[in-house]
Design a protein around this ligand. Sequence first.
Ligand code: GLN
Ligand code: ZN
Length: 745
Amino acid sequence: MVASSVLGFPRIGANREVKKAVEAYWAGKISVDDLTKAAADVKKTSWTTIKERGVDFIPSGEFSLYDHVLDHSAAFNVIPKRYVGHGLAPIDVYFAMGRGRQADGVDVPASEMKKWFDSNYHFVVPEVSEETEFKLNFNKAVEEFKEAKAAGVSTRPVVLGPVSFLVLSKASKEASSGFQPISLLPKLLPVYKTLLADLKAAGADTPPPTRRSPPIAPKIMLTTYFSRLDSNLSFVAKLPVAGLHIDLDRAPGQLDEVLAAVKPTSIVLSLGLVSGRNIWKADFAAAIKLGQKAVDALGADRVIVATSSSLLHTPVTLASEKKLTAEQKDWFSFALEKAAEVATIAAALSGSQDAAVTAALEANKVSIAKRREFESTSDDTVRKRVAAITPDQLERKSPFAVRKEIQAKHLKLPKFPTTTIGSFPQTKEIRQARAKLGKGEITNEEYDKFIEKEIETVVRFQEKCGLDLLVHGEPERNDMVQYFGEQLNGFVFTQNAWLIDVSCAAMSAPPIIVSDVSRPGPMTVRWSSYAQSITKKPMKGMLTGPVTILNWSFPRADVSRELQSKQLALALRDEVIDLEKAGISAIQVDEPAIREGLPLRRTDWDAYLKWAVDSFKLSTAGVTDQLQTHSHFCYSDFDDIFPSIQRLDADVISIEASKSDMKLLNTFKHYGYSNQIGPGVYDIHSPRVPGDQEIKDRLAAMLAILPDSLLFVNPDCGLKTRGWKETEASLANLVAAAQWARQTY
Ligand code: GLN
Ligand code: ZN
C-alpha cells in the first residue's frame, strides 16, 4: 500500500481564530488558558479534518502561536539574556522574543526576523554563542503528539532538524568573533536525543512504514523541500534514517537519481507531489505517473505520497471562498483540498477500486482539461510583446553620470536630499473609508475626494516639514501588491486566503495570477498627478516592481516565472512612461522581494537574477534621462548579489541600514557602487522617535564611507504602520540632521 502524508498545516484557523485569540491575549483581553483553548480547538479541527480526508500521516508539533523556529528556541532554552529576569511568564518571554515588549517597566526590542528560505514567511532568528547551554525546557513535540492522541488522531510529529536550527541561527552579541553557530552541533544533539526518546516513549513511532528503528529513537523521516538534493544525495542516502522526503513540485527532475540512490537501501521515499507552495489543483495523472515510477522501483510499501512541503504556505480551505466563480474555484486547491489530493493519489497508486477514488480521478481529469484549455487561450498581444523585447529596451539613454547632471538641473534638489519611502500612516479613517467603499456605503466620488484630501494632508505636512522630494503617501492602497493586481488583467482575488508573513500579526492574502498580465489603463497616474498639481516641490511616483508583484502573488504554474515577470514589467513600463508624460519627474519602483526570490541552490542564482534584474530594467528604462528612477529594498544583505544591484541602474536606491550597523555601506564602497543611495537613517518598524543627534551620528558614519554627492537621506521603509505623532517627530529630526550635514560637509 502506498501511504499518504501532509507535512504541516496552516496554523491560523479557517476563520483566523488563532490570530484573533493571540491578539486578544496581547491586548490583555483573554487569559493564557483562553488562548491555549482557542489554539487547541484549531489544532483539533486540523487533525480531524485531515484525517477525514483519508491521510495516513498527519502532522503534529508544527503548530505555533508565533513561529515554529521560535518554538524550538524557547524549548531548547535559547533565550537571549535581554528577555530574562523581568519576572515574565514563559508565554510572555516567548512573545517578547518574537515582537518585543514595552510595558510595566520592561522595554525590550523584538529579535531579528528573517525569511524562511524563499518564502515570505518570517521566522525569529535564534541567537547563540559559545555560552549557550541547550536544555529541553519542555517537549512541545510530545505535548502536541499527546494532545492529538487525546483527540483521537494518531500523528507524525514534526521537528525542525538540528542542522537547520543552527544554520538558521546567528551569533549573539556574546559570541566571540568568527563564531559559527553550527559549531554547537555536538552540544545540541543530546537535546534532540532526549526529545526523540521522549517521543518514542510517548508512542510516536507509528507504522507504516515499519523500517529500521534504532532502539531508543523513533523512525526518522528526513524531510527536504523547496529544492533538490543534488550533491547531498549520496550522503543522505547513507544516513540511518527510515525515510526521505523530496520535493517533486520544485524539483521533479531529481526523482530518477534519488530512486537510484535509495533503491539499495531500505529507505522509504516520501514524494512531495502535491505542491505546498501554490494553490493549483494537482494534476493527478501527472502525479500518478511520477509516483508509479517510484512504486515500480521500490515497491508500494516504500512509497509515500505527500505534500511537497508544509501547507503553511497555502490558505486553509477553498470552502471559505464565496466570490470566486465556479470556473475559477475548479482550478484551485487549498490546504484541506490538498490533503484530500495526497490521499487520492496514494489510493490510486495502491490500485484502489473504491468508487470515490475513481470518481475523484475522473473529476480531476475534467478539471485539469478545462484549466489547460483556459491556459491555451493566451493574450497574443502580450505574448508577442514579450517575445519582441530588445536589449536596448532595458537600458536608459545615457549612463548614470550623464543622467545625474541632467536630473540635478531638472529636479533642483539640494545636497543630501531628503525623501521618504512612499507610504504615510494608514490611519483608521483611511481603512474605514476603504471598507465603506467596499460595502457601498460611500460612492466612488466620495472615496476619491477623501483620498485627495488625505494626499493634500500628506503633501502639506511634507512641505511644512521641509522634505525635498515628496510622495503622495499611498492612502489609496490596501496593499502594495494587491492594489496593482486589482488594476491589471490576469489576476483573481480571494476573500479568506490568508497567509502568515510575520506571525499572525502580519498576514496577507496574495492575489493569484491566472492568465497573461496586461494593463488596461493607468493605475496611479491620477493620484500622482493630483499630488504634483498641488505643490511646487517635485513629486515622486510610486510603484511596486515586477519581481515583487510576482513573488508576493501565487504565480501560474503553466508558464515560467520569467514570462510572468516580463509581462508585469511591460505593464509597469507603460505606467512609468505615463507618469513621466503626466509631469512626474522621479519614480520609485519598489523591489523588496527581489532577494527572497533567489533559488535555494546557488547554481540557479544567475538565471534568476538575469530575468529579475532585466524585468526591473524593462519597467524603468523607457523614460528620458531627466526622470530620476528610484528603487527600494527593505534589507541590505547585498554582499553576494551586489553586481545585480548595480546592474539595476536605478538612479537612487534606498535600503535598510539602521539595523545592520552599516556593514553594507562597506560593501557598497568595496565594490565602488556608482549611483545614488539612501541608507535608512532610522528604523520605522518601531514607534521609537530617533533623536536628531542620533541621525546626525548616522549621517556622519555614512559620510565617512560614501561620497557626499551620492547620499540621500530617508527612513528605512514606508511609514504606513506608524502613527502620525512619531512620524512628525521623526521626520522633523531627519530634516534637521540633513540641514546640519549640508552645513558641515
Ligand atoms: N513604497 C512602499 C511603502 O512605502 C514600500 C513598502 C516596502 O518596502 N515593503 O509602503
Ligand atoms: Zn521597505
